[in-house]
Design a protein around this ligand. Structure first.
Ligand code: GDP
Length: 333
């Protein structure tokens, strides 16, 4: 975003990705497979986190961790592959709360995370350790170690995020969103350090839900300013393809918030945070956002090859922006 372009320090460099759960994890996986180990940091939304049955649950962190460990459930997009459900069945038999599905293996993640949080460890340290044990080489960083909780205002009043998202299946119309705790939360120090790193190749905003997954990250003090001042190009991928969300409530929510369901509306929403915007080939020519370069790619990720191809396209786009910025500033590309 920085108009005064720095000289490029190396052809490549680390990549930072901002991500929610399912959509974000698809691109994060693609990036992790095409980048050298240690060159990707994924910053995860923790606005979806909540406490349930005495457990601390971090859905987006876990989706990223399971996906990058290759143990994700490809059918649901959340939870573990080859999961069993003995706990839920037993809980149901006892008349317990069963609206939030917790598989037997997944439960271990929440039990162990809760124990370690209660013992005083930070969420980022616990995540680091889980990733190491599961063989994940990508750094997955919670956006903050402080609590942020997304809330949704509906006709039924303000709802906790998981009450809206899972218990009520996104049925109530959304009038407003709030990220409780964000104003006082500290963005993770490594997140801010990565954004200021002159070696950074690109900051990528994954095709995640802008309101539920990316805005909580942007709501942390200093993050918008750090993205604006970031020496590397900030590139977002549209979660909207041809007027539809691939999955989840993004399109429904945009309509309820009075926005057109278009890739362009998402670019406008990000505004001056982004330098580049990647839309699907089918949306070519539909986005004109002042100060934002637009490129097209095949952005629907169905296969592993799609994820890798989109990751390559995102980086090629970011590299082209970096080169034109260096040329404009007279620095060697
Ligand atoms: P959540 O936190 O699990 O809801 O996941 P995210 O916020 O990361 O992702 C949800 C968004 O991802 C939705 O708005 C989808 O439209 C978008 N999405 C999912 N799969 C794809 C895909 O293959 N391509 C693109 N462009 N967007 C996708």
């Amino acid at each position: 975003m920085n108009a005064s372009a720095p000289a490029l320090h190396s052809r490549d460099g680390p990549v930072l990705a901002l991500s929610g759960g399912i959509g974000g994890a698809k691109l994060a996986l693609g990036l992790s497979r095409i980048l050298p180990p240690g060159e990707l940091v994924v910053v995860a939304n923790t606005g979806d986190d909540f406490e349930h049955l005495g457990l601390s649950i971090s859905p987006d962190l876990d989706t990223l961790m399971y996906t990058l460990a290759g143990i994700d459930n490809p059918e649901t997009g959340w939870g573990l592959r080859s999961e069993t459900w003995t706990f839920m069945a037993a809980l149901r038999a006892l008349g317990g709360e069963t609206w939030f599905q917790l598989g037997d293996g997944d439960l271990a993640t929440h039990v162990e995370r809760t124990r370690r949080l209660e013992a005083g460890e930070t969420l980022s340290r616990i995540t680091d350790d889980f990733c190491r044990r599961l063989g994940v080489q990508t750094k997955i960083l919670p956006m903050s170690d402080d609590k942020v909780r997304t809330r949704v205002r509906t006709a039924a009043g303000w709802l906790a995020f998981q009450d809206y998202f899972v218990r009520r299946r996104c049925e109530p119309a959304v009038a407003e969103l709030a990220y409780e705790g964000a104003a006082a939360a500290r963005p993770h120090a490594e997140f801010l350090a990565a954004l200021a790193d002159p070696r950074l190749r690109s900051a990528v905003i994954c095709p995640s839900n802008p309101f539920l997954s990316i805005d909580p990250i942007l709501a942390l003090p200093g993050v918008r300013a750090a993205l604006t001042a970031c020496p590397a190009p900030v590139v977002a991928v549209s979660p909207i393809i041809a007027g539809r969300a691939v999955k989840g409530p993004c399109a429904k929510m945009m309509t309820e918030l009075g926005l057109p369901v278009t890739a362009a509306a998402v670019a406008t929403h990000y505004g001056d945070v982004i330098d580049g915007y990647l839309v699907d080939h089918g949306d070519a020519g539909t986005v004109a956002c002042p100060g934002v370069a637009v490129a097209t790619a095949a952005t629907l990720m169905t296969s592993l090859a799609d994820r890798e191809a989109l990751a390559r396209d995102v980086l090629a786009f970011a590299d082209s922006l970096r080169r034109s910025r260096a040329e404009a500033a007279g620095a060697p590309a």
